[in-house]
Design a protein around this ligand. Sequence first.
Ligand code: ADP
Length: 399
Amino acid sequence: MNVLVINAGSSSLKYQLLNPTTGELLAKGLCERIGIDGLFTYKPQLPGKEAIKAAPVSMPTHSEAIQAVLNALVDEKNGVIGSMKEIDAVGHRVVHGGEKFAKSVVITDEVMQAIEECNPLAPLHNPANIIGIKTCQELMPGVPMVAVFDTAFHQTMPPVAYTYAIPYEYYEKDKVRRYGFHGTSHKYVSQRAADMLGKPIEQLKLISCHLGNGSSVTAIDGGKSVDTSMGFTPLAGLPMGTRSGDIDAGILEYLMNKYGMDIKEMVNVLNKKSGVMGVSGVSSDFRDLEEAFEQGNERAGLAVDMFNYGVKKLIGAYAAAMGGVDAIIFTAGVGENSASQRMAIASGLEFMGVKMDEDANKVRGEERVISAPDSKVTVLLIPTNEELMIAMDTEALVG
Ligand code: ADP
């Protein structure tokens, strides 16, 4: 079975065509500057096929973008399938499923309506995801489509973890609660962890650290998310590339009054100008920060230290919340690549049975145990694969 995975944003769209049974990736790529001019990237994974890199292709709407993807996939010379008939299903990433979706679902008219009802919870993302779905429905009539939500995996959190200590009617009437994000990634790596440990996931307490440009840590007890660091929005939790993470809400009033900022400007500061970028004043990219620190930039060092410290505190908190931990997982850009940050985060946790293996930790982007053989808690490096997880969910629902 071939599944086309679509991750549609407002002006960009990522895609992959893969076989969830074998895990084989046939092609992947990206449409950029949709609605502006249009750039098309196509990376076939079969031998002898030529890639296309950021070629100008007119994309006034998502329709032309998706059509360009389909044309490339079936292209006589460089395509990877013979015809559209070989696309058996489409899996769509949808950011917010609110409390309506605790699992991936086959898309029907009712499902579309329910996704639209979640739009106020993710006004920047869900509308673009919906456009991606509608466009595929038009261009691929009759092909089953599945929605996979970033929030769904976290719907197993208990009220004690998801309720905010504000008047309860804001939850009841307005659905203000912790939702959590990166669910597809946390679910994927937790399943891989169970495989690597050779134990049923129901018997495991896991802490999954998705550390990238956006970062979140999740406590997974028996395969179920029981707490996570992102909240009502992805602004919560750890300091990130440019997002502040948790701060004292009182700071907003203080700064808004002092500098005459309105709430839009304030939130823009918190989303786009804060995090390790804001603290360092150098970059949101951890590679740049390490380099800047080596050249003597103290604030770059502080930003990285604050981030690592934040992850370490969450690991401690979630071990306490679950009454123990069997394995800690590192994934995403920083988690998969930065041996020094993994070491900084895990060191000092010896008291709770974490003992890293320095040599095993000197690795990038491959599944591996990076703790010492006598470590009570296993530490795992697991590259995430959200597209494969979306394709697997899609296959499970329509296959
Ligand atoms: P996104 O949240 O955008 O999906 P990624 O998971 O791709 O982000 O992570 C991107 C981040 O990973 C970059 O901003 C960069 O800071 C970090 N990163 C990538 N490679 C390395 C590395 N070798 N060392 C440290 N950080 C890295």
